[in-house]
Design a protein around this ligand. Structure first.
Ligand code: LP5
Length: 249
């Protein structure tokens, strides 16, 4: 089974999401052949040398999956673009470039995080351009840990405080066919916009599909690919069983 997920935004403060993620992996572990994580696995990532105990735990979980024979691929998202080789090596995962074309049962499929398709979000695109510049990346990676924590939380707060129109924070419709034609695909999968759906498009004389993964906030989301279909499903979070008392009479 090929499984694709994105936008889990894993953080210690949301044990419900972590439990749902563990449940997804363990309940399907023996069937998962390839797992693609299309960005924002973590709420924030301030470089591999700043890993918390919680992030080490997630790393160990992925390592367990990859040790069992599954292939694990991770793509950067806008919150965890500082994930590097050290984390990937420890997790037994391969870092995927954004965008990447993969073959699913002979069908070329374009995988992206999705933020680069939101070209009407000018302020974000400018910030993205600054943050992903190799010189900025070098500087960010070499800042003291406390400065990185401060900067990351400033960026998160600034982002939370912004209210943007719906059409600005979604993909630019005209951008989608251009990118798909450029890569010669009729299927694209991405996350980021938090608008899970399977969109059927017409590109020239061809039918095409844009599959959007969901963000794990109220539900978990996963796309399962098999030989004949793409199935996007959502599932409830596992309720942590804090205490169970039984009375035997
Ligand atoms: O994440 P989400 O979905 O809520 O919103 C995104 C865009 N926001 C972001 C910021 C992230 O939420 C937080 C980033 C965490 C940082 C991780 C580590 C960074 C390094 C720290 C130190 C090592 O990506 C949001 C989009 C939205 O998606 C929809 O597409 O709109 O974009 C914004 O809100 C950005 C504002 O519009 C512009 C803010 C200007 C700030 C300028 C800062 C310049 C940075 C220079 C730093 C050297």
């Amino acid at each position: 089974m090929i499984l694709l997920i994105s936008d889990l935004h894993l953080a210690e403060e949301r044990p419900d999401i972590t439990l749902a993620f563990l449940d997804l992996l363990y309940s399907r572990a023996h069937r998962i052949k390839v797992l693609y994580i299309l960005g924002d696995l973590f709420e924030v990532w301030i470089n591999d040398d700043g890993m918390t105990t919680f992030q080490h735990l997630i790393c160990a979980v992925l390592r367990k999956l990859s040790n069992s024979g599954a292939l694990v691929f991770i793509m950067h998202g806008n919150r965890d673009f500082l994930i590097g080789k050290t984390f990937c090596k420890a997790a037994g995962a391969t870092l995927l470039q954004d965008p990447t074309v993969v073959q699913f049962y002979g069908e070329p499929v374009l995988l992206m995080h999705g933020d680069s398709l939101c070209t009407r979000d000018i302020a974000y695109m400018k910030m993205r351009c600054i943050l992903r510049n190799p010189i900025t990346l070098y500087i960010l990676r070499h800042l003291p840990l406390c400065a990185r924590h401060k900067l990351a939380s400033k960026l998160r707060n600034a982002s939370r405080a912004k209210t943007k129109a719906n059409n600005i924070v979604d993909v630019t419709p005209e951008e989608v066919p251009l990118v798909m034609q450029h890569f010669g695909v009729r299927t694209m999968v991405h996350g980021h916009t938090h608008r899970p759906a399977i969109h059927e498009l017409q590109i020239g004389d061809q039918v095409a599909w844009r599959i959007v993964l969901g963000s794990w906030d109220q539900h978990g989301w996963a796309l399962q690919v098999d030989e004949h279909s793409f199935t996007l499903s959502s599932f409830n979070f596992v309720r942590p069983l804090l205490r169970q008392t039984s009375y035997h009479i």
